[in-house]
Ligand binder design. Structure first.
Ligand code: HEC
Length: 221
């Protein structure tokens, strides 16, 4: 009996509750509209952030690539491939760091078949590299990618690096054929665990991995 009584009270208070809400109906709707609008704005800016991160990642990777290539070509012209190996050893990471510091981002060039163990991919990078490798093997064109990491606070831009021409083979091709003996020796001395050989033109060499802090991306929009 007590239970039935309780239900009646609940029913009654529900009716009172609903009717008393009648006055506030307009306010409620306004609130709902506001929340919806806020969500729309959020969705839109998320898309904007991703688009901007993609553009910015492209710009940064291109600048770093240009910087590396310019200095590499100059070093090869002046010292030959053998001399240029020491240059890459000292300068490659320094050049990418210089560009990275300028934009407050981190820049890596990672590869499963890496020369410098510092360029070993982490778990996230490995997954992305696998996808690029799959595409490469199946002649599907690789696209740059944005992944949200660290609870969405960092946007990871990645882009495949392929061997564009024979220049790279001087140091990443077949030893004895593409890589001169002196150069091969120098590489072995500097990188005892070198895996970055036996590549051919068109092969996937690795990828750019550029971590863009979301707040830096937002600043740039
Ligand atoms: C003069 C020799 C030389 C040439 C030519 C050269 N590289 Fe390298 N490459 C190196 C060395 C040395 C490293 C290791 C750099 C370091 O210690 O950070 C390296 C590292 C890399 C890495 C980073 C991943 C890893 O294996 O550690 C990529 C990617 C790469 N090279 C791509 C290329 C491409 C693409 C070309 C042609 C445009 C090229 N390289 C031409 C010597 C060379």
């Amino acid at each position: 009996m007590g239970l039935k009584y309780n239900w009646q009270i609940i029913g009654l208070s529900l009716i009172i509750g609903i009717s008393s809400c009648n006055n506030g109906k307009k306010i409620d709707r306004a609130l709902v509209d506001e929340v919806n609008k806020a969500n729309e704005v959020k969705k839109l800016s998320e898309a904007e952030i991703t688009t901007h991160a993609m553009e910015w990642g492209e710009e940064i990777s291109m600048e770093a690539q240009k910087s590396l290539m310019g200095t590499l070509q100059k070093a090869i012209q002046e010292k030959g491939p053998e001399g240029a190996v020491s240059f890459c050893n000292v300068e490659a990471l320094a050049i990418t760091k210089e560009v990275a510091d300028k934009y407050k981002v981190t820049i890596r060039r990672v590869s499963e078949k890496n020369r410098n163990p510092k360029n070993i991919p982490n778990a996230t990078e490995n997954e992305l590299l696998d996808a690029y490798a799959y595409n490469s093997e199946n002649k599907i064109e690789n696209q740059a990618n944005i992944q949200k990491i660290e609870d969405g606070q960092v946007l990871l831009f990645t882009k495949a690096i392929t061997i564009p021409n024979g220049l790279c083979l001087n140091c990443h091709g077949q030893p004895g054929k593409d890589i001169q003996e002196g150069t091969a020796e120098k590489i072995k001395n500097l990188y005892p665990d070198d895996k970055a050989i036996n590549y051919q033109v068109g092969d996937l060499r690795g990828m750019w991995s550029i971590a863009l802090p979301k707040k830096e991306v937002v600043k740039g929009i």
